[in-house]
Write a protein that binds this ligand. Structure first.
Ligand SMILES: [Zn+2]
Ligand SMILES: [Zn+2]
Length: 382
């Protein structure tokens, strides 16, 4: 891969009902949405990959100083409001701002020059993104003033429907993304009833320094599905967790693994437990649990709290909630490795340019509906 640096910007690490900004409470968080920022040797600006956008998305992006216009890719794990509820707003912002070539947007904080031409690429397994449009976003976004037809998702985003049998995509910085970072989605069991099974997915990828990362999305405690297939090969596991306690006993919602349930499940496998970083927790999680005492990693904390100058509330000062320690989720190759990547990339880019000029390949848009993955924007001519 030509990705030399990757950073995980946790916009929030709270559960679906996290209490956003409550200066009276110990917690101050947003929903569990993550930006994976990737720097490639061929581009100056990072590529921002958003995993889920809940109803707190726009505010949480502002707290992380990322403009909604800078989101290049969006992975959608499932349709709950804390994962999909803010993406309709993201679509409208991108559409109106880029359409009108505005470069200043009242409440936003563009941190760099915006590419006004590109709408974000939405990625989901099978028809998930189209389902999200039909069931979540369409109501607000399909009628646009003056437009003669109903708008559809493709007006707001480039949609990539991953092949259900092989939900893998490479995201890179050059048209043929052979050198990109591979992201794989995998199905999890989150919510079902007697006749319906709500689709939900986790995401797996590898950092430039070689750590294999598993992000569960939302899932029940499901060791058969997760342990063998994904957890054993991972180096870092981000697991959504329920942390609720009622009368001193764990409250199990049945849709998320309870933190104590994970401890029980993996008690004979400390090598898995010690890879688990819990997120998607209740606002009072820090007063209820200490994951390190359970043999796990500490709770993941939101990015904005790790930044210099963050002013904790009085309650946070009193509590054990960490802040202002710098973002630990940064993965960067050495200078020497990057120098080698740059040299190799010049050769590879030269080859692509030559193939285009020789008419061997043409550039195509990665826009597909009901088709499979393809982020490969350069296609060989017959
Ligand atoms: Zn959730
Ligand atoms: Zn959910």
């Amino acid at each position: 891969m030509s990705c030399y640096k990757m950073e995980f910007v946790w916009l929030g690490t709270g559960g679906a009902f996290t209490n956003r900004e409550n200066e009276h409470g110990a917690a101050w968080n947003y929903q569990s949405n993550l930006v994976v920022r990737m720097w490639f040797v061929e581009r100056d600006k990072p590529v921002n990959v958003l995993i889920d956008g809940g109803t707190t998305l726009i505010k949480a992006l502002a707290r992380a100083k990322i403009s909604p216009l800078e989101i290049d890719y969006v992975f959608l794990t499932h349709l709950h409001s804390d994962h999909a509820g803010g993406l309709g707003e993201l679509q409208l912002i991108n559409y109106f701002v880029k359409q009108n070539h505005l470069d200043v947007v009242g409440c936003m904080h563009p941190t760099s020059k915006i590419d006004v031409s590109a709408q974000p690429v939405f990625i989901g397994v099978g028809n998930l993104t189209y389902d999200a449009w039909d069931k979540c976003w369409c109501g607000g976004n399909e009628t646009l003033e003056g437009m003669k037809r109903p708008a559809d998702i493709e007006l707001f985003a480039n949609v990539i429907a991953l092949n259900e049998k092989e939900p893998v995509i490479r995201i890179g910085s050059v048209p043929n993304a052979k050198n990109g970072v591979e992201f794989m989605m995998f199905q999890t069991s989150h919510v079902s009833n007697s006749n319906m099974f709500a689709p939900s997915y986790g995401v797996k990828w590898t950092t430039p320094t070689g750590e294999r990362v598993v992000f569960t999305g939302d899932t029940q405690n499901n060791p058969v599905q997760l342990k063998t297939a994904h957890f054993s090969s991972a180096d870092i596991i981000f697991h959504d967790t329920q942390t609720t306690m009622v009368n001193g006993k764990p409250f199990k919602s049945g849709v998320h693994a309870h933190i104590l349930e994970l401890v029980e499940t993996y008690k004979d496998q400390p090598q898995i437990l010690e890879k688990i970083n819990c997120y998607h927790y209740d606002d009072d999680a820090f007063s209820k649990h200490d994951p390190e005492k359970y043999g796990m990693q500490p709770f993941v904390i939101p990015y904005f709290k790790t930044q210099k100058g963050y002013k904790p509330t009085d309650d946070e000062k009193k509590s054990r909630i960490p802040f202002g320690e710098g973002n630990k989720w940064v993965f960067e190759v050495s200078r020497e490795t990057r120098a080698k990547m740059l040299t190799r990339q010049e050769v590879e880019l030269g080859q692509v340019a030559k193939e285009i000029s020789d008419g061997l390949v043409e550039e195509v848009e990665p826009k597909v509906r009901d088709k499979t993955d393809t982020v490969v924007k350069v296609r060989k001519k017959k």
